[in-house]
Design a protein around this ligand. Structure first.
Ligand SMILES: [Zn+2]
Length: 423
C-alpha cells in the first residue's frame, strides 16, 4: 500500500476553537492536526496537545458576520462523519468567548461552516454560514455549562449538532444543510491497517480512518476514483492508485469515522470477542452460549456476543456444525459446543484464506456469489454433503439457508417473520 495519501471528495475540516486572549505557546500538535489563526485575531494564538487533550489558546473578535477571527486546530475529514469533543473548561474572558467544534469547508476566513459551541455562561450555540462569504446565522441553542460534550454529525449535506452532560445521552440542538465542494487538504502517511468485526481502518499516524461497509459498501483499489454517484470516500495513494469506498443500493448505511482511538467509534466499543482470536476458546464460547436469550443463529450474529459473524457465514457455520438455526444455545451439551467451536473457526479461517487468494493484494470485497458458500444463498440447490435440497426460512427480515437432512433431522422450518401476514 502506498505510504502517503490525500483524502479528497467532500473533504472538510473539523476545527476545535477557543476565543480567549492568553499566552503564546509552542505548537506541538500530532500530525495531521495543524494549529492556525484564522482571520485578524490581534494576538497570535497557539495550540498544544498532551495526553489526548488539546489546549488551544487564542484571541480573536468572534466567529460571526462574513469573516471569522479565531484560533483553530484543523484536520481534514471526509464523507459522512461525526466529531465529538468534551469542553473541559472555558475561561470567562468575554461574554462571547466560545469553545466547540466546527465543520468548515476551507481555512479561508469566509468559508462555509457549521459551528456548535458553548459560551462561559453555559449557552450552547448552533450556527452556520451556509455558503462562502455569507453572513453567519444563529440557528438554535441549549443550556449546558462546561464540562460539556458536543457532537457534530454529517450525513450527506445534513449536519446535526448534539449536546450531552456525560458523553452517552445526547440531546439534539439543531440540524442544518451545508453545501461544501470537493477539496484536498493534506497528505497523511499510512502506517498500517486493522479490522474489528465488520469495521476496517487505515492507520494514519495517530489517527484511524475507520470504515464500515454495511451491506452495499465496497472498497476498490484501482487506477481511477469511483464515480461521484457511488463514492462515499476516495483516497489518493502516492503510487497513483485510488482507494474508493462506494455504496450501491437504496440503503445508505456505510460510514466513515476519523478518530484517534478506534474504541471511540461507538459501535466498536461494545463488540464481543473475535472467533479467530486465540483467546476464543471452547470455554469462552460455552460461556457466551450459556447466556441464552436468542436462537442459535441470533446469537452467532449478535455482534455483542461475538463479533464479525454475519447472516451469510452464520448459515455455513451452522451447516458445518449440523445444527438448526432455531436451536437453543443454552441447551447445547459439551460435545455440541466443541463441534460448533470447530465449525466457527474452520468456516471463518477457510473463508478468509479463500478470499485472500481470490483478491490477491487488491482491496476488493467479492460479490456473495463468489464467496463459495455451502448453504447461504443456495436455496433450491443440492447440499454438497448429503444431496438434499437446501431450504430457506425467514427469521425477522433476514433469510436463513439450511439443509434439512444435515441440520434439522429432515424437518422443514416454518417462517418466523411476523410481518409476513401484514404485507
Ligand atoms: Zn445436507
Amino acid at each position: 500500500m502506498g505510504s502517503a495519501i490525500r483524502v479528497r471528495s467532500w473533504a472538510i475540516c473539523a476545527c476545535a476553537m477557543l476565543l480567549q486572549a492568553s499566552v503564546v505557546r509552542a505548537q506541538t500538535l500530532p500530525a495531521p492536526w495543524t494549529g492556525q489563526d484564522i482571520g485578524a485575531v490581534g494576538l497570535a494564538g497557539s495550540a498544544s496537545y498532551a495526553n489526548k487533550v488539546f489546549t488551544i489558546r487564542g484571541a480573536g473578535s468572534d466567529i460571526w458576520g462574513a469573516a471569522d477571527a479565531f484560533q483553530s486546530v484543523l484536520q481534514p475529514v471526509s464523507g459522512d462523519m461525526q466529531i465529538v469533543v468534551r469542553v473541559a473548561s472555558l475561561q470567562d474572558t468575554n461574554t462571547y468567548a466560545k469553545a466547540g467544534v466546527m465543520l468548515r469547508a476551507t481555512s479561508a476566513v469566509d468559508s462555509a461552516n457549521v459551528i456548535l459551541d458553548v459560551r462561559p455562561n453555559g449557552a450552547i450555540e448552533f450556527m452556520t454560514r451556509p455558503t462562502t462569504g455569507a453572513a453567519t446565522t444563529y440557528l438554535s441553542g441549549a443550556m449546558r455549562a462546561a464540562p460539556a460534550w458536543l457532537k457534530l454529525t454529517r450525513a450527506g449535506n445534513l449536519v446535526t449538532g448534539f449536546v450531552s452532560g456525560d458523553g452517552a445521552t445526547w440531546t439534539q440542538v439543531g440540524t442544518t444543510t451545508l453545501y461544501m465542494g470537493a477539496s484536498a487538504l493534506v497528505g497523511l502517511a499510512v502506517t498500517g491497517a486493522g479490522r474489528r468485526a465488520k469495521y476496517v481502518w487505515l492507520e494514519l499516524g495517530e489517527l484511524r480512518l475507520v470504515m464500515h461497509l454495511s451491506l452495499g459498501g465496497r472498497l476498490v483499489l484501482g487506477p481511477k476514483p469511483a464515480s461521484r454517484k457511488v463514492a462515499v470516500l476516495t483516497v489518493d495513494l502516492d503510487d497513483g492508485r485510488v482507494l474508493s469506498m462506494t455504496e450501491g443500493g437504496p440503503q445508505r448505511r456505510a460510514a466513515v469515522w476519523l478518530v484517534d482511538d478506534v474504541e471511540k467509534v461507538p459501535p466498536l466499543a461494545g463488540l464481543g470477542p473475535e472467533p479467530l482470536d486465540p483467546g476464543f476458546t471452547t470455554e469462552r464460547l460455552a460461556a457466551i452460549l450459556a447466556e441464552g436469550g436468542h436462537t442459535l443463529k441470533g446469537m452467532l450474529t449478535d455482534q455483542r456476543a461475538m463479533a464479525g459473524v454475519g447472516n451469510a457465514w452464520s448459515d455455513d457455520v451452522l451447516h458445518r456444525a449440523k445444527m438448526s438455526p432455531f436451536a437453543r444455545p443454552e441447551r447445547l451439551d459439551a460435545t455440541e459446543v466443541e463441534r460448533l467451536h470447530a465449525a466457527l473457526v474452520g468456516v471463518l479461517s477457510e473463508a478468509r484464506a479463500t478470499l485472500a487468494e481470490q483478491v490477491g493484494d487488491e482491496v476488493i470485497i467479492p460479490k456473495a456469489s463468489e464467496r463459495l458458500f455451502a448453504v447461504h444463498g443456495r436455496a433450491g440447490a443440492a447440499c454438497y454433503v448429503c444431496g438434499d435440497t437446501i431450504r430457506s426460512v425467514w427469521m425477522g427480515d433476514r433469510e436463513t439457508s439450511y439443509c434439512p437432512t444435515c441440520q434439522t433431522g429432515g424437518r422443514v422450518l416454518a417462517d418466523r417473520r411476523r410481518s409476513r401476514f401484514l404485507r
